[in-house]
Ligand binder design. Sequence first.
Ligand SMILES: [Zn+2]
Length: 181
Amino acid sequence: MELQAPDRLVRLAVDLVNTRTRDPEQLNAPGDVRTFLLEHGETEPITLDESDLAQVRAVRERIRAVFHTEARDAAAVLNELLEGYAVRPYLSDHDGSPWHLHVAKPGATWGDWLAAATALGLASFAAGHGFDAIGTCAAVDCERVYVNPAERRPRRFCSPTCASRTRVASYRARKAANPST
Ligand SMILES: [Zn+2]
């Protein structure tokens, strides 16, 4: 539960929200959250029960709002999460581990930690790149979220796949409306 590099925390936030879009829910059991955490650099022991699963899903929905609302509301959501879950950072070398930073309370649940870590990641990202760089895919049948650190290239889609799918669809729509062109 240590503090990871800021870009990893942003990735954690994006991937957490994208565990439920229009695709089937990916966090169906405590073991799914465990797999998600392991895939995002957390290490054993990771133990979770049904109440952790419910809390992680609830945190996910609060973080999702950051990607869907305008800057002032998104900032308010992040500030609420930081106030509720993040603590003054502190160094620890517990259990013989190398010195590392903690941003959640001692004894925090995985849901508490995810709330603190993803809010901190998105807050630093927004401070560096602006809330315009945090968004939801513009493709019609996609609800995946993204962050765009490349400031000179505005972005509307979660992936090249959604961008080209949308281009092809609008080309076909133009063709159908105006077959002679
Ligand atoms: Zn998409």
